[in-house]
Design a protein around this ligand. Structure first.
Ligand SMILES: *[C@@H]1O[C@H](CO)[C@@H](O)[C@H](O)[C@H]1NC(C)=O
Ligand SMILES: *[C@@H]1O[C@H](CO)[C@@H](O)[C@H](O)[C@H]1NC(C)=O
Ligand SMILES: *[C@@H]1O[C@H](CO)[C@@H](O)[C@H](O)[C@H]1NC(C)=O
Ligand SMILES: *[C@@H]1O[C@H](CO)[C@@H](O)[C@H](O)[C@H]1NC(C)=O
Ligand SMILES: *[C@@H]1O[C@H](CO)[C@@H](O)[C@H](O)[C@H]1NC(C)=O
Ligand SMILES: *[C@@H]1O[C@H](CO)[C@@H](O)[C@H](O)[C@H]1NC(C)=O
Ligand SMILES: *[C@@H]1O[C@H](CO)[C@@H](O)[C@H](O)[C@H]1NC(C)=O
Ligand SMILES: *[C@@H]1O[C@H](CO)[C@@H](O)[C@H](O)[C@H]1NC(C)=O
Ligand SMILES: *[C@@H]1O[C@H](CO)[C@@H](O)[C@H](O)[C@H]1NC(C)=O
Ligand SMILES: *[C@@H]1O[C@H](CO)[C@@H](O)[C@H](O)[C@H]1NC(C)=O
Ligand SMILES: *[C@@H]1O[C@H](CO)[C@@H](O)[C@H](O)[C@H]1NC(C)=O
Ligand SMILES: *[C@@H]1O[C@H](CO)[C@@H](O)[C@H](O)[C@H]1NC(C)=O
Length: 419
């Protein structure tokens, strides 16, 4: 149905010579036109219990031979649904949702059939086990496709899914695949713009009429409202973050700084929790998407590793800033990080996030509640100076005692000698 050239445009792949062994899944509508297209490579690693009660690990790849039965193109009332079935009763599926101008992956499900003894040797369980995850695919403008060549690892309990060479498009119009890609953040190298000195040329004004420069006073943005956002794994809350959140950004070197409060009333949270990384995506009104990713330092502490802020302007995604090499909000695992003081965190030269009443726990959440808090340095006010002051006073006293002792000794000795 599609020419090789058309496909090559979409996937940057050649058709014969450069054929990769990525899995291609296509869903056709009733007019035999493509409505969902996916090309991807996936590695699955699944730990399962064997009949002798030991854990075994099965590793397998998404084969190229798949079917898409049960998939749904979607219409005004039903959202698109891609179901890729493969092997002996295994499947991988994804639900899409959309706003007026963009769409994104919502939930994906991997169902593996442990009764398949060719993959799960001697498994003690039988039947299909499902793992459900919230997708972290960023919003993709309508009539764009999503592309991520980099590895994207989802870990959930016993299952690890590694995706790479991914190209997906839903809501395809008239069967025509888009040529325009929205690329995942991992594919775009983090280049923090070099600091450049901008020499602003002063506007020519009549010297005589040069009035005192009254820069228009920017109306100060009020404090953002505080809110608690949660991410769940199964029925359990696995990540909690509470804060008032404000963005301070500039879209280009010349553009003025803009301050934007995230309004909790129109913001929803989603995300994934893993053993080593957890992420939360805040979606304000389908126009601003903020992804916070957390990682661990040598299984002792957690920290904020990545921030990615995208905004949808007139239907196309625009990146306000991304940095995956941060090291903020560090606290011991099993505790939460707290900072009541207003804080400014630099993401890039063009994006700062301001937090108010921050508290966060991205790992080891029990009963959906925060564990004990590790307070940030700033919160402790000057109280940390008290022990220092006491220490200084004490050592001063010791030195004083020592000096008077030495003087006393010398005096008594000279006194003794003079006798
Ligand atoms: C996927 O699995 C194959 C074989 O198990 C392995 O050779 C390959 O490195 C894996 N690729 C990734 C990206 O994990
Ligand atoms: C349990 O079974 C696995 C493979 O099914 C085997 O490698 C392992 O040696 C067995 N362990 C015991 C204690 O029998
Ligand atoms: C995904 O879409 C299918 C088909 O519309 C639906 O049956 C299923 O409940 C949806 N799943 C989720 C998690 O939304
Ligand atoms: C989406 O479109 C509908 C109808 O055109 C409109 O009422 C609504 O405000 C739009 N929503 C957004 C977020 O733009
Ligand atoms: C399955 O279990 C049997 C006996 O418990 C053992 O002999 C066999 O090696 C196991 N198969 C595999 C693939 O581990
Ligand atoms: C990903 O696709 C490219 C072609 O775009 C192919 O050359 C490459 O081998 C694929 N990567 C892997 C790890 O298979
Ligand atoms: C791709 O983007 C270009 C430039 O933004 C635009 O002219 C073109 O119409 C787009 N094509 C599709 C299929 O969206
Ligand atoms: C500069 O001065 C001239 C003559 O005094 C006047 O007509 C003109 O409006 C002034 N321009 C500005 C920008 O003030
Ligand atoms: C989640 O909650 C539902 C309803 O309360 C319950 O039926 C189900 O067993 C729970 N699942 C887990 C994994 O706890
Ligand atoms: C935003 O950032 C700019 C540049 O760092 C700074 O001058 C300004 O005070 C900031 N505004 C707020 C509200 O944080
Ligand atoms: C959010 O909703 C609350 C209660 O409905 C309201 O008091 C508050 O002003 C709203 N915030 C914004 C920014 O609209
Ligand atoms: C978005 O579209 C509106 C009207 O079409 C236009 O006025 C505005 O400048 C556009 N904004 C951007 C950032 O392109």
């Amino acid at each position: 149905m599609y020419s090789c050239i058309g496909l090559a445009f979409l996937l940057l792949l050649g058709c014969g010579v450069l054929q990769s062994d990525a899995t291609v899944a296509e869903v056709l509508d009733q007019n035999n036109k493509t409505c969902i297209y996916a090309e991807m490579m996936v590695n699955f690693t699944v730990q399962y219990e064997t009949s002798n009660s030991t854990l075994s690990t099965a590793e397998f790849v998404l084969p190229t031979n798949v079917t898409t039965a049960g998939s749904i193109c979607g219409n005004k009332t039903v959202t698109p649904f891609l179901k890729i079935s493969f092997g002996n009763g295994h499947y991988w599926s994804i639900n899409f949702t959309h706003s007026n101008t963009s769409y994104h992956g919502d939930v994906f499900i991997f169902g593996y059939n442990v009764s398949d003894s060719t993959i799960f040797h001697n498994a003690s369980q039988k039947g299909v086990i499902k793992v459900v995850a919230n997708d972290t695919m960023p919003p993709v403008p309508m009539d764009h496709y999503y592309r991520c060549m980099s590895d994207d690892v989802f870990k959930q309990g016993n299952v690890t899914q590694t995706f790479w060479n991914v190209s997906i498009q839903a809501y395809i119009k008239d069967g025509n695949l888009s040529e325009n890609a929205t690329v995942c953040s991992a594919d775009t190298p983090t280049t923090v713009a070099p600091v450049t000195n901008i020499t602003t040329i002063a506007p020519v004004t009549n010297v005589t009429t040069a009035a005192p420069t009254t820069t228009p006073k920017p109306t100060p943005t009020p404090k953002p409202d505080k809110e608690t956002y949660k991410v769940s794994r199964g029925n359990d809350t696995c990540l909690i973050i509470t804060m008032g959140l404000q963005l301070n950004y500039s879209t280009s070197a010349q553009a003025p700084w803009e301050v934007k409060n995230i309004d909790p009333n129109v913001t929803t949270a989603s995300g994934t929790c893993g053993n080593d990384t957890s992420t939360i995506t805040l979606n304000e009104n389908n126009t601003i998407y903020l992804v916070f990713s957390f990682a661990k330092h040598s299984s002792k502490t957690f920290y904020l590793k990545g921030v990615n802020v995208t905004t949808i302007v007139n239907g196309s995604a625009q990146q306000l800033g991304i940095n995956n090499n941060l090291s903020y909000w560090e606290a011991t695992l099993g505790s939460s990080y707290m900072c009541n003081k207003d804080q400014v965190f630099k993401v890039t030269d063009k994006l700062f996030i301001n937090t108010y009443d921050l508290r966060v726990q991205p790992f080891n959440v029990t009963n959906g509640e925060y564990s004990t808090a590790v307070e940030c340095f700033l919160d402790s006010d000057l109280s940390f100076l008290v022990p220092v002051a006491v220490g200084v006073a004490l050592s001063f006293l010791i030195i004083l005692v020592l000096i008077s002792y030495l003087i006393g000794r010398r005096k008594s000795r000279t006194g003794y000698q003079s006798v």
